[in-house]
Design a protein. Structure first.
Length: 331
């Protein structure tokens, strides 16, 4: 089973299906494709990108749309796609699963805390008295359930200085999601690959950002219309996956290093040596490769984390034995 969580407009999945058409045995084995996407508008965009057509023989009597969709534009492998609103909708039926999550971990909301003379206080949102935004950030005047849970878990030891204030950011939803994925991999076999911008170790403070029309804006501006994001805590996610019985985690590795291990440079050279390549295509390919590998661009900003069956004999592709996250000691 091939699963993508948060498929965007379906571009990455389309690339995966095109690239793996060179391995018919794999494609026939992975003909069951699942897309986890809660947004109705993005589902439509994904179906357009993938050229999905209704597979009417799979129609439920009480459903308005077919349960499955045929993806015929990527080779004759009988590929069928099913859309889900959440990962929980995919049955734990023992089918080995390959899961991809690109820029998914950063989308989970985070709690933010600031250390004060009176202890840890949760950062909240309040109405603003003036200014371009209708809202403002404030600190809770007293402990909240979240700050009490933080103190009980001894998480403040991870805090770092943000200016003069000691701050902490925790995204429990991301940890729960990685935990659920690792449990699926441990039960049925397979692997999961997460690619996102974030940090491997060393908790950062306030990383909340808002984006609107490709420009960074206040996270509190135009609620519901601004895309909110935080840096993914790959260290915490890797630890959580490694703690799942039967699962193993590798990473996080800088995207630039991981892509070089995967052979991006020889691949680029092969493309540049094609007889029909144009000068414009050469420039575009070189520029794209530099953007992916350059530490000042995406090479270090993005990280890669893998979760596999703990019984796998070798590390997953792009990783080495030293990248394995140590499992926590038994309690």
């Amino acid at each position: 089973r091939l699963v993508e969580v948060g498929p965007g407009r379906g571009t990455l999945l389309g690339d995966v299906l095109r690239a793996t058409a060179a391995w018919p045995k794999f494609r026939r084995a992975a003909s069951d494709v699942r897309l986890v996407e809660p947004s109705a508008s993005l589902r439509l965009a994904q179906r357009r990108t993938l050229g999905a057509r209704p597979a009417t023989h799979a129609q439920k009597p009480d459903a308005e749309t077919p349960v499955t969709w045929a993806l015929d534009g990527f080779g004759d492998f009988g590929t069928r796609a099913t859309w889900h609103e959440s990962l929980d909708e995919i049955d734990d039926d023992g089918v080995p699963t390959l899961l991809v999550g690109q820029e998914v971990l950063d989308a989970f909301p985070a709690y933010q805390f600031v250390k004060t003379d009176n202890g840890w206080r949760e950062k909240l949102v309040d109405l603003a008295d003036a200014g371009p935004d209708r809202f403002r950030f404030v600190l809770a005047p007293s402990p909240t359930p979240a700050s009490r849970a933080l103190a009980a878990a001894d998480a403040p030891s991870l805090a770092t200085k943000d200016g003069e204030a000691e701050t902490l950011e925790v995204a429990p939803g991301a940890l729960a999601f990685v935990d659920a994925v690792a449990a699926k991999v441990a039960k049925a076999g397979g692997a999961a690959l997460f690619v996102d911008y974030g940090y491997a170790r060393g908790q950062r403070g306030d990383t909340l950002r808002g984006f609107r029309r490709h420009a960074q804006v206040s996270p509190l501006r135009e609620p519901g219309l601004v895309d909110l994001t935080v840096d993914a805590d790959f260290g915490a996610c890797g630890d959580r996956a490694a703690a799942v019985d039967g699962a193993a985690a590798f990473g996080a590795v800088d995207q630039g290093e991981w892509l070089q291990r995967m052979g991006i440079v020889p691949r680029l050279e092969a493309l540049l040596n094609l007889d029909d390549i144009t000068e414009s295509q050469v420039e575009d390919l070189i520029s794209a490769c530099e953007r992916l590998l350059d530490p000042e661009q995406m090479g270090e900003r993005y990280k890669v984390l893998a979760v596999v069956d703990a019984g796998a004999a070798e590390p997953p592709a792009g990783f080495v034995p030293g990248d394995r996250v140590p499992a926590p000691p038994p309690t």
